[in-house]
Design a protein around this ligand. Structure first.
Ligand code: SF4
Length: 256
């Protein structure tokens, strides 16, 4: 894998990671310490040109702290949809400064597309899939041209649709690296305390998962942490991630 990535670096072409690459990575790092996996990923150039995709949500500080301690100059892609809570934008700026991250990239939707497809700004209320497509999926796809992989903060325990999340996934020829895939809520909480990471200001108000303001509601005790997202709709993911159906077996196509 490392050899493949380096050869492709020299050739300056987009690597198409294969199912076999993903299987090998998941087998190699099964049960490994998270910091060691991250170090190996960077030391051996397993990810090629990579970026963190962060929502600056409830638990985003953990991944940003883990990666930032090793690669503070890594691009951090934030989907600035125009619909975030003001608290999220303030938290983003404070966290970037505190962690010494030097390459925050705010991805905004195309103004032409917004004018054509969401002139009222209310598309979320009648077509959330379409709204996410123009405010999240399209800006991210455009930004990822030239990247070989992304790093996400998703966890398997967050919802039924993320149960079984693999450490490495195949994502349209790119690697999607999920260092926190196997972390529990208790482990996350302990990490936050140990490193004195600031919480998102809305967590204490009953929001364990935070996305855009119109599509995020409070969560009751006993509910999935992500059950407050798009409440009342069948929708469970914004489209930049698909529900986990592979259970670590990348030979099975994910359902879109
Ligand atoms: S989460 Fe809601 S407001 Fe944000 S892009 Fe998706 S549908 Fe639109």
């Amino acid at each position: 894998m490392a050899k493949t990535a380096r050869i492709l670096d020299v050739l300056d072409v987009q690597p198409a990671f294969t199912d076999s690459d993903i299987v090998q990575l998941n087998e190699r790092f099964a049960g490994a310490d998270t910091v060691n996996v991250i170090r190996a990923a960077f030391d051996e150039n397993l990810l090629g040109k990579t970026a963190i995709v962060s929502s600056f949500g409830a638990e985003s500080a953990i991944l940003l702290h883990l990666i930032g301690a090793i690669e503070p100059n890594i691009p951090v892609l934030f989907l600035d949809t125009g619909k975030h809570f003001p608290e999220t934008l303030s938290y983003r700026d404070a966290l970037v400064a505190q962690l010494g991250l030097t390459n925050l990239i705010n991805l905004t939707p195309s103004s032409e597309i917004l004018q054509a497809k969401d002139a009222t700004g209310l598309r979320w209320s009648y077509d959330p899939d379409g709204c996410c497509a123009i405010r999240k999926v399209q800006p991210l796809e455009k930004a990822l041209v030239g990247f070989d992989s992304t790093i996400t903060g998703r966890k398997g325990f967050q919802s039924k649709t993320r149960a079984g999340l693999a450490l490495f996934e195949r994502d349209n020829g790119r690697i999607k690296f999920n260092p926190l895939a196997g972390w529990t809520k208790e482990k996350l909480d302990a990490y936050v305390v140990m490193h004195e990471l600031p919480p998102h200001p809305l967590v204490s108000s009953g929001y364990p998962s935070i996305g855009c303001a119109p599509c995020t509601s409070k969560v009751l005790p006993g509910e999935d942490p992500r059950s407050g997202r798009w409440r009342g709709w069948e929708k469970v993911e914004c489209g930049i991630h698909t529900p986990v159906t592979m259970l670590g077996d990348p030979s099975i196509e994910p359902v879109f």
